[in-house]
Design a protein around this ligand. Structure first.
Ligand SMILES: Nc1ncnc2c1ncn2[C@@H]1O[C@H](COP(=O)(O)OP(=O)(O)OP(=O)(O)O)[C@@H](O)[C@H]1O
Length: 321
């Protein structure tokens, strides 16, 4: 069952310059992104810095109003809701950020931080003890955590507090925006396993944003690969890893360190810098860095099309689809 749908989503940010700060152009942060996520599924979103991952997460959360397109949650178009309906939706949709420290008030104890969401949504502070204790246990923290302040914790523990806050109101969907990027590798897997366990017990749906394909592989059912504001490939996670078609996907995959030194996966070094999103290349946006580039790639933008044999595998490339 589809729980979240993103339809032809566009987000353009104005760029100003000169003495009078006149608008000189647009940053095409998202330029026509579409996908649907089923209940209980994890859709991984990967791509290099600046490809629009965070903007996508913020549009889904309703933090950014899109320039065009729609975000539909449980059949309701988010940007057509009135403020009362938006408030209700906010219960159902939460975010886990890269650095929860930034979003945790340093003057509040963990108990106060966790109580806040319940209070905003109409619960009384004095009735919250059982909920808060259960919450802290669920994310693997000790009860004495509650009287401490955020600066007293390690990165992994802070992320557990961030997760506790995100699940407190039992949402259906969580946007995980680089949730383990700031953590040591040994801590990363513990947090990822916690997220997987919570998904199983609570039936959560995740949109999991990361620049790191090896992290996304660990948690995702399906993966969308983004490049300069567009999805260039989307398929089941295993299919992407074993049978990635887009040259950009394969370049990203080739940069994952392989545990097997005999592995014959050759590292593909991408040429040049990521082009500016203010002035993306004509035709296929990846053409300036693609080792297979042909004339058509500079002239015509490839559509994201279903593979004939496997319709769940979509690729936007003139040659590899
Ligand atoms: N509020 C904003 N105003 C202007 N431009 C913005 C704004 N937010 C993002 N951008 C631009 O939009 C593009 C996409 O940014 P976004 O943060 O979504 O990418 P990202 O893939 O999440 O990268 P990162 O991992 O570095 O955050 C970038 O070029 C960025 O500079």
């Amino acid at each position: 069952m589809t729980i979240l749908e993103v339809k032809n989503l566009k987000k353009y940010f104005p760029v100003s310059g000169g003495v009078f700060l006149r608008r000189t152009g647009w940053v095409y942060a998202l330029d026509g992104v579409s996908f649907a996520v089923n209940k209980g599924e994890t859709l991984g979103i990967v791509g290099e810095s600046g490809c629009g991952k965070t903007t996508l997460g913020r549009c889904i959360m309703g933090i950014y109003e899109p320039s065009d397109g729609e975000v539909v949650i449980n059949g309701q178009s988010v940007f057509k809701l009135n403020s009362q309906q938006r408030k209700k939706l906010a219960l159902n949709l939460q975010t886990i950020f890269q650095d929860p420290f930034e979003s945790l008030d340093p003057r509040q104890t963990v108990k106060e931080i966790l109580e806040e969401k319940y209070i905003i949504h109409g619960k009384k502070r004095e009735n919250l003890e059982t909920e808060i204790n259960r919450l802290i246990e669920t994310v693997g923290l000790l009860p004495d955590t509650l009287s401490k302040f955020p600066h007293e914790f390690s990165g992994g523990q802070r992320q557990r507090i961030g997760i506790a806050r995100a699940i407190s109101l039992e949402p259906e969907i969580i946007i995980c925006d680089e949730p383990v990027s700031a953590l040591d590798v040994s801590v990363q897997s513990k947090i990822l396993n916690l997220l997987l366990k919570l998904q199983q017990t609570m039936g959560l749906t995740y949109v999991f944003i990361s620049h790191d394909l090896s992290v996304v592989k660990h948690v995702s059912d399906r993966i969308a690969v983004m490049y300069l504001g567009k999805i260039v490939e989307m398929a089941d996670a295993n299919e992407i890893y074993e049978n990635g078609r887009h040259p950009y996907t394969n370049a990203l995959l080739s940069s994952i360190p392989m545990p097997d030194p005999e592995s014959n996966r050759n590292r593909i070094i991408l040429k040049g810098e990521v082009p500016s999103v203010e002035n993306p290349p004509a035709g296929c946006r990846f053409n300036t860095r693609c080792e297979y580039v042909q004339n058509i790639c500079r002239d015509k933008e490839p559509e994201l099309l279903k593979n004939e044999k496997d319709p769940s595998h979509l690729t936007a490339c003139h040659f590899f689809f």
